[in-house]
Structures are given as structure tokens and as C-alpha cells.
Design a binder for this molecule. Structure first.
Ligand code: FAD
Ligand code: NAP
Length: 563
């Protein structure tokens, strides 16, 4: 079919080809893959458009050394198909990037997803055509896709953020961004490497790059809190061992895979009762009611256990600053115990609220600074001024490198959507609509953009939750909504401005009660210069959010206009 009509295509050239579908999905990460499976189940002719050459999204792009999950593998996985759940065997407590990518590939094979995915195709523009009652998507390879329904499964952490340092292209050696790592292994042997950033991606990769490089220089703008992962092979049942009653509430790393599998539905259901959608041992008591000795024992036990459940030691760690400080100081003491050079240790000690920025989970991060070939450079007062042909200049000092790694994160939550020129029927772009921060109804739809759904968008629990269950909840909600529309002869759904405003106000009010909104994190857009400061994910918790989504459906899709 030849292209019809004009309109923006984001690259200034007319598309060569137009194809029509019942539904379009942008992105083939865990969200887009499951969305395709469900839309096919409704009998819809669906096409997924994916910029990468394969499925897996985050786990396709983030191939840096040490990349792995910090949610336990038995929890970070799909639950929509019991057979899939039973047949897949995770090997480690926290799965590596290659293993998660193998899982994504396995799912794509098992459900024969690839035949409906167009890879190596980036959507550049999407506009709603009122006359055709359809979304028209244009791409960087001059394809045009048309369908009445469009689902943006573009990811929350998929738009890499590379700061616009002066002379960014002047460095003569290779540069790498952790979120767009090459497919072939990078060998740093014998090299002088500089790494910018000390967030999760940096903290995972620094110990491994340090083992390889001749010298590694870490540029730290802000020290981050990190707790040990204590990763290990997953526990297996002994031959003939019988399963005991039920998996206890609060996931215990000592539980065997066989026990989890024997009780998977109950285990998953219990996880959904947690604010994060993640099962872990949670003590609801106040840290301030415990004696210093009791607190120390509690923090030490969790430090030895490892992982983000550290913050579950007490119920008020994310709501009371004084309580939070007791946990923060415990971690600082651990850093001072671990790092031999007192000056470096002090620089590595974060100030402020632990858990405000996402708590990092590491393997041997702080101990890496005891190596002779690792140097920490504090750039809190002397920022990176420019890149030079030899390296970079920070705080007035020149540094020479053979390679530079940007571990500078993402334009989170809004970046991937805003990089597409999305326009409603009125011609207004999403960028204009979100000029003062993202607004959505439930993180699922944006007023003025009919029939366009977002998965784990701003305004939903999203990055504050175990993402795969959150993705499944969104996909299921969207599928039910489309089924409802088809059953009732409806072809258009749109969030009302009033419902959107109410939801945004509610989300902001809830965020105000949490210490999480109190610092300059990517949750509030602080990592991208010029980005409006709004706490983007919904912090009211997964159960409360799901309940609200269900009530809205029960009330006849309250807050949505259906026609
Ligand atoms: P993504 O996996 O980001 O997939 C989005 C896809 O959309 C990408 O493939 C992208 O190429 C494509 N896309 C975007 N824009 C376009 C466009 N314009 N045109 C075409 N295609 C486009 N979450 C957890 O719950 N636990 C963890 O431990 C965890 N670890 C993480 C580790 C890293 C390094 C990162 C970066 C994120 C991590 N996350 C974690 C969050 C992770 O992003 C989600 O868990 C999940 O993988 C998101 O799936 P998704 O399908 O929504 O998005
Ligand atoms: P990040 O947490 O945003 O960290 C980016 C780092 O780069 C920060 O240290 C930041 O400093 C620094 N930085 C940014 N711009 C800079 C500049 N202009 N000059 C100097 N330093 C600069 O990004 P990330 O580490 O990629 O992680 C993003 C998120 O992805 C995580 O929070 C997490 O949700 C997810 N993730 C998870 C895992 C996991 O363990 N499962 C691993 C990786 C990523 P400031 O702190 O001062 O801004």
C-alpha cells in the first residue's frame, strides 16, 4: 500500500509504505511482548515496532559488565502462564543480564512473538487522525503504521542520558554508555579507563572494570548508598526432599526453587500485598522504639542477608527522617570499616536520606577502592568541564584515558515518550502537555490522546515496584478495556481532564508524605538539566493502586470518556 496523507514523520521525509493493523505496540521489552500476546488473544491483528534488533528491552541494551537484577529472579519473571513459570529455571538468586535476556528470548520463541515484531525500527512520530479514527506512526526507516489503538511500551529507563559536556565528540578514544553497551565484549585490559557516575549501573560495573583495566578513575558527583547483594546460586531441594506446608510470607533466600514452584500462585499473591509488589521480610515497627543495640542487630542481620530488604528493617525508614538516619549511619559505618583510606571512605559516605535515591545493591563495590589501580575523584564542587582529545577536564584538572564510560543514567519515565513526536487530534504535542511535568490518569492514559495507552507510565507504581508484575497488571487492564469496548461497540476511549487532574493531585499528595520525594533523584527528574521537578511514579503502593484501577472499571470506567 502506498503512503497517504502528510503529517510529521520526524525525519522530514515522506514515508514509503503504509500498513494498517488493529493495534500497534511500540517496544518489545517485557511490556511489549506480553501486550502482543494478549492482543493476539483478543484476535487483533497487532504489530510491535522495536528500535533494537531483538526482544528484552532493558536487558537487550544494558550489557555492561556486572549488569544484573536486584529483584530476586523467582520474583522478577512473568506469572501469566503457569507452564512458563514451571518450565523456566533460574540459576542465581539475582539473575545476570545474559540470563534475563535468554529468558526474554525463550518467551518470544515459546509464544512465537517475533513474527509480529518489526525490529530495527524506531518510531519517530505518532499523531491521532480524527477523521480516520486512528493513530498514524512514522518511523526512522520511512515506514508508516496505522491502527485505531496504540500502546506505548517504550520503557521507563530506556532513554539513555548522556550529559552535554563541552567537547563531547573531541575525545579520541572510545566512549560507552552503560544503557547502550556494545554487543561484542569490551576488553579494558591494559587501559586507563574513566567512568562518570556512581549510581546502580556504575556500582555494578566498577568492580569488574577495575579487575580488567590498568587504572580506573571514578568521577563521583554524589555518593550513593549501597548494600551488599550477597548473590548466590539458587537453593535446590535435596533429592526426595518433600515440600513443607507453604512458602512463608516474606521471601526468604533459604527457600528452595522447588518450594517456590510448588507454591507459586500463593507466593505471587502474597507479593501483591506488599507496597512494592515484592515479597520480603518487612518489620512494621518504628526504628525509634528500638534501642540502639536492637537496631544494630536488626540492620546487621539485614546487611548479612543482603539486598533491598535492608530498608524493611523498620516500618518508618521512608517516612521519618530521624528513623532513616539510624539506617543511613549504619551504612556509613560499614563503608568506613570497608575502605582502608579514611579520606576515600569519607568521600564515599553519602549524606541525606537512605532510599531517597534508589538504594543500590552491589558486589564488592566499596572494597574495590582498596585496589591500587582505582582512584575516586570527587566532582561535587569541581564538575566535569569538558572532554578533551586525551580524556577530560574536571575541577580544573586534566585526566588522560584510553576509554570513557558514561554511567550517567536515563531520562527516566518521560524520556522515551517525549523523544517521539506524539500529538493528539488537536495537534498539541506531548512535550507541550508535559511542559510542567508529566500528567496522566493512572499512568495508563493522557487526556487529549484517545486510544493511546502507556505501560508503567508516570503516575503508576512503575519503577517503585517489582516491574514485571506491574507490567502484567497494566497489560491485563488494557486488554480488559479493549475487550469491553469491542463487546459494547465502542471505538474510542479518552481520559477526562478532570479525572487526570484529580489523579495527579492525589499522586502528588501521597508523594509529599514520603522521604523519597525529598532529594535530587531521577524520580523527580533532577538528573536531566531543565526537566521539570515532579515526583513521577505513584508512591501510594501497588495494592492501593490496583484497587483503584479495579474500582474505576467497576464504576463503568469512571474518569474515561467512551464513545
Ligand atoms: P524496556 O525493557 O525499557 O523496553 C522498552 C523497549 O521500547 C526497548 O526495547 C526500546 O528499544 C523500545 N523503544 C523505546 N522507544 C522506542 C521507539 N521510539 N521506537 C521503537 N522502539 C522503542 N526493574 C525491576 O523491577 N527490577 C530490577 O532489578 C531492575 N533492574 C534494572 C536494571 C537496569 C540496568 C535497568 C536499566 C532497569 C532495571 N529495571 C529493573 C527496570 C526495567 O526497565 C524493567 O524491569 C523492565 O525491564 C521494563 O520493561 P519494559 O518493557 O517496560 O521497558
Ligand atoms: P543513575 O542512578 O541516574 O546514576 C547516574 C549517575 O551519573 C549518578 O551518579 C549521577 O550523579 C551521575 N551523573 C549524571 N549526570 C552527571 C554529570 N553531568 N556529571 C557527573 N555525574 C553525572 O543511573 P543508573 O545507574 O543507570 O541507574 C538508573 C536506574 O536503573 C536505577 O536507579 C535502577 O532503577 C535501574 N538500575 C537497576 C540496576 C539493578 O541493580 N538492578 C542496575 C542498573 C540500573 P548524581 O547522583 O549526582 O545525579
Amino acid at each position: 500500500m502506498t503512503g497517504t496523507g502528510g503529517g510529521p514523520n520526524g525525519n522530514g521525509r515522506e514515508p514509503q509504505n503504509e500498513q494498517a493493523f488493529d493495534a500497534l505496540v511500540v517496544g518489545a521489552g517485557f511490556a511489549g511482548m506480553y501486550m502482543l500476546h494478549r492482543l493476539r488473544g483478543l484476535g487483533l491483528k497487532t504489530r510491535v515496532i522495536e528500535a533494537g534488533s531483538g526482544v528484552g528491552g532493558t536487558w537487550y541494551w544494558n550489557r555492561y559488565p556486572g549488569a544484573r537484577c536486584d529483584v530476586e529472579s523467582v520474583q522478577y519473571s512473568y506469572q501469566f502462564d503457569p507452564d512458563l513459570e514451571q518450565e523456566w529455571d533460574w540459576t542465581e538468586h539475582y539473575a545476570t543480564q545474559p540470563e534475563i535476556l535468554r529468558y526474554a528470548d525463550h518467551v518470544a520463541d515459546r509464544f512465537d512473538l517475533r513474527r509480529d515484531i518489526d525490529f530495527d525500527t524506531r518510531v519517530t512520530a505518532a499523531r491521532f487522525d480524527e477523521v480516520r479514527g486512528a493513530w498514524i506512526l512514522d518511523t526512522d526507516n520511512r515506514q508508516r503504521y496505522v491502527a485505531p489503538v496504540c500502546v506505548m511500551a517504550t520503557g521507563c529507563l530506556s532513554a539513555p542520558n548522556t550529559p552535554r559536556f563541552d567537547g563531547i565528540d573531541r575525545f579520541s578514544g572510545p566512549t560507552y554508555h552503560t544503557g547502550a553497551w556494545p554487543h561484542e565484549p569490551v576488553d579494558f585490559s591494559g587501559q586507563r579507563v574513566g567512568i562518570i557516575g556512581t549510581g546502580s549501573s556504575a556500582i555494578q560495573s566498577i568492580p569488574l572494570i577495575a579487575e580488567q583495566a590498568r587504572h580506573l578513575t571514578v568521577f563521583q558527583r554524589t555518593a550513593h548508598y549501597s548494600v551488599p547483594a550477597r548473590n548466590h546460586p539458587l537453593k535446590r531441594a535435596a533429592p526426595g526432599e518433600t515440600m513443607n506446608g507453604a512458602v512463608p510470607l516474606g521471601y526468604d533466600p533459604e527457600v528452595t526453587v522447588e518450594e517456590i514452584k510448588a507454591h507459586y500462585p500463593a507466593f505471587r499473591a502474597s507479593a501483591k500485598q506488599f507496597a512494592t509488589g515484592l515479597s520480603y521480610a518487612l518489620n512494621k515497627d518504628s526504628a525509634l522504639d528500638a534501642t540502639p543495640e536492637e537496631r544494630r542487630r536488626a540492620y546487621e542481620a539485614r546487611w548479612q542477608r543482603g539486598g533491598v530488604p535492608f530498608l524493611g528493617a523498620y516500618g518508618d525508614l521512608l517516612s521519618d527522617e530521624q528513623a532513616n538516619e539510624t539506617a543511613a549511619e549504619f551504612v556509613r559505618e560499614k563503608i568506613r570499616e570497608t575502605v582502608n583510606d579514611p579520606e576515600t571512605a569519607e568521600l564515599l559516605c553519602p549524606s541525606g536520606v537512605i532510599g531517597c535515591k534508589r538504594l543500590v545493591v552491589d558486589t564488592d563495590y566499596f572494597a574495590t577502592y582498596n585496589r591500587d589501580n582505582v582512584t575516586l575523584v570527587d566532582i561535587s564542587d569541581g564538575p566535569i568541564e569538558r572532554l578533551t582529545p586525551e580524556g577530560l577536564c574536571a575541577g580544573g584538572q586534566d585526566y588522560a584515558f584510553d576509554a570513557i564510560v558514561f554511567a550517567t543514567g536515563f531520562d527516566a519515565m518521560t524520556g522515551a515518550l517525549n523523544r517521539i513526536d506524539i500529538r493528539g487530534a488537536d495537534g498539541r504535542s506531548l512535550v507541550e502537555r508535559w511542559a510542567e511535568g508529566p500528567k496522566s490518569y493512572l499512568g495508563l492514559m493522557v487526556a487529549g490522546l484517545p486510544n493511546l495507552f502507556t505501560i508503567t507510565g508516570p503516575g503508576s507504581p512503575s519503577v517503585l515496584s517489582n516491574m514485571i508484575p506491574s507490567i502484567e497488571q497494566h497489560v491485563d487492564w488494557i486488554t480488559d478495556c479493549i475487550r469491553h469496548m469491542r463487546a459494547n461497540g465502542l471505538n474510542r476511549i479518552e481520559a477526562t481532564e478532570a479525572a487526570q487532574e484529580d489523579w495527579v493531585a492525589h499522586a502528588r499528595e501521597v508523594a509529599g508524605g514520603s522521604l523519597r520525594s525529598s532529594c535530587s533523584s531521577w524520580y523527580v527528574g533532577a538528573n536531566v538539566p531543565g526537566k521539570p521537578r515532579v515526583f513521577m511514579p505513584y508512591i501510594g503502593g501497588f495494592p492501593a493502586y490496583v484497587q483503584r484501577c479495579e474500582e474505576i472499571v467497576a464504576n463503568g470506567y469512571e474518569g474515561f470518556l467512551l464513545s
